[in-house]
Every structure is written in C-alpha cells, then in structure tokens.
Ligand binder design. Structure first.
Ligand code: BMA
Length: 314
C-alpha cells in the first residue's frame, strides 16, 4: 500500500471474491450486503465471459470472509415494466424490521437513461420486482430502514448530463424524498453537493444505518483526472429525526484506490460501496466493496471512529 489507511482498513486476504470463484465469470463486483439468519449475505453482480448483461447472485458466509456464491442467479434483467434494463448492477439492500422484508433498490439502465427499480425478498430465495420508482436520470436509490414521521424515506442521485462533461454543478448531487407506500415519491429536497476534489464529479449514497449519533451513510465520491475518473469511499451523518439535515461529513475519503485489485480490472481506480454492515457490539463497520468493477474486497473500521471523523469533519 502506498498510502496510510484512514477510517477503513483493508482485510489482508483481499480480494475475498474473485471472478475465478464463479465458473465462467469475467467479473464479480459491487454488492448489496446484509445479515440474514446469522449469515452475511452479499448480492453480487456477476458478468459472465462473452455476455453483456450481468446477473445478481446471492453469496453467503458464516464468518463474513469465506463466501459461497449460489449457482442460480437471484435477480436478472427485468422486463416486467416493458423497460429494457440492460445492466442490472449495484443493488442496495435495506432490511425493514417492522415488515420483516428486505427491500432492494437498484439502478435500471436503458437507452433512455437510468431509472430506479424497487424489488423485495423475505428470504433471499424468491425475489419480486415491485415497481419503477424514479424516472431517468436517477441512480443510486437507497431506502432508510425505518419510516420517519410515518413516511418511507429514500436517498438517490438524480443527475443531468447537460453541460460540459464533469462540470461539478451539472453532475450528481444527493437528494432525499418521501413516500407513503414506497411507490409514490415526493417532497424531493436537495440534500448535499460534492464538497471536495475527491468527489467533485459526483457523489452517491448507501442505505443509511441508524446510530446514536445519526444516520450513518457511506458514499462513493468521484474525482476526475487526466486519465479518467477515480472512485473513493466517504461518509456522512444525517440527523436522526430530520434526515434532510446533514450533521456531519468526512472531509477526506475513508478509502481510495491503492491496492492492485483496485487499480487493475475492468474499470481501474475504483473502490465502490453499495452498502455496509454494522456490528454494534464490536463497534465495527464492515464494508464489502467492489474493486475495479472486477472483484469484491473487505475493509473494516471502528463505528465510533467513523462517526467521530464525520462529526469533526476530518
Ligand atoms: C458507476 C457504477 C458502478 C461502477 C462505477 C465505475 O457509474 O456503474 O457500478 O462501479 O461506475 O465503473
């Protein structure tokens, strides 16, 4: 490693899932993540050699390190809505405890732009696409794990391609919106704009996790360079009662591409989070992230330290 680690520390056995772990795979990357019946569940995007369209598979683990990928896909390209969803990736999983349901929000890429699809499962055995919940261009839909003041709440990243490429103000900021039923969304509000050179092209959230200090959200932040975009992981904290208020954010990134498996792959210079898992009794955050759109790696951090970093704006 060339850089000192800050906030998140890589697992020394990384990457924990490689394309070679799945027959015929060219890539196994960016994963939704949650706990189910004591096991760590990752929903990984698998691209098979020679196939354009990824599928999502369930990978499961007793110890959070050694994963078995189920052979059958769990989510495949949806045509339920007459919508050509040609690149099903980046699932974001939210467990809604009151309903005992795992909701999965994901971008739905098409020729007319990227919309957002809501799906659900109770058991990671059967899956149902529920509805398209955002018009193009909208990516990175993430659901809060509880209603707030009687409403479902989501974060997402609508964005415009109008204007010069990589113009800070024209690309992706994070917004918040509310819904009575998960289908109809409104009261859209701008939440936060990029704030530093490591995220000045675009930022996108992960499903928020409740902590005593506020809703913790890891983000991806994209900066530009003369050889292309560079993806980082950052963090912010939202007010528990009114999550439209940002109460803290890490000034620096917590993770940037610095390992071979983050530089070398289908898309170099990428560390990409679609969620994270908190183990409160161990004061630990586990982040299973995509490396270079090719593999899955693990980084861990102290929950209280990451909250502190956000509060102090380090
Ligand atoms: C983003 C998403 C991610 C991907 C990243 C880098 O726009 O598509 O799935 O990891 O680009 O290619």
């Amino acid at each position: 490693m060339l850089r000192e680690e800050f906030g998140l520390k890589r697992y020394e056995g990384n990457p924990i899932i490689r394309p070679a772990d799945f027959p015929g795979a060219d890539a196994v990357f960016n994963c939704g993540q949650t706990m189910y019946k004591g096991k760590t569940i990752l929903l990984v995007a698998v691209v098979l050699k020679g196939e354009f369209c990824p599928r999502m598979h369930v990978a499961e683990s007793e110890d959070g390190i050694n994963f078995t990928i189920r052979p059958e896909p769990f989510i495949t390209r949806s045509d339920k809505f007459g919508y050509y969803d040609h690149w099903p990736i980046d699932p974001r999983i939210t467990y809604m405890e009151d309903e005992d349901v795992y909701y999965i929000m994901r971008p739905a890429n098409s020729a007319s732009g990227c919309a957002a699809i809501l799906g659900r499962t109770k058991d990671f055995e059967t899956y149902e696409d529920v509805e398209i919940i955002a018009l193009p261009s909208n990516r990175v839909p993430c659901l809060f794990p509880a209603k707030i003041d009687g409403s479902y709440v989501r974060l997402d990243r609508p964005y415009s391609l109008v204007g010069p490429p990589h113009n800070n103000n024209q690309m992706g900021h994070i917004w918040i919106s509310y819904s009575p039923d998960l289908i109809h969304w409104g009261r859209h509000r701008h939440l936060i704009a990029p704030w530093s050179n490591w995220n000045d092209v675009k930022i996108g959230p992960t499903p928020p996790v409740k902590t005593d200090a506020g809703w913790l959200v890891l983000i991806h932040g994209v900066g530009n360079s003369c050889t292309g975009m560079r993806y980082h992981v950052g963090a912010m904290l939202l007010d528990l009662d009114d999550p439209s208020k940002v109460v803290g954010k890490a000034e620096s990134y917590l993770l940037c591409p610095d390992a071979k498996y983050e530089f070398m792959g289908r898309v170099p210079n990428v560390v990409f989070p679609c969620g994270f898992i908190v183990d409160p009794e161990q004061d630990r955050v586990r982040l299973y992230y995509g490396g270079a759109d090719t593999c899955i790696a693990l980084a861990t951090g102290s929950l209280s330290e990451i909250i502190d970093i956000c509060r102090k704006g380090l």
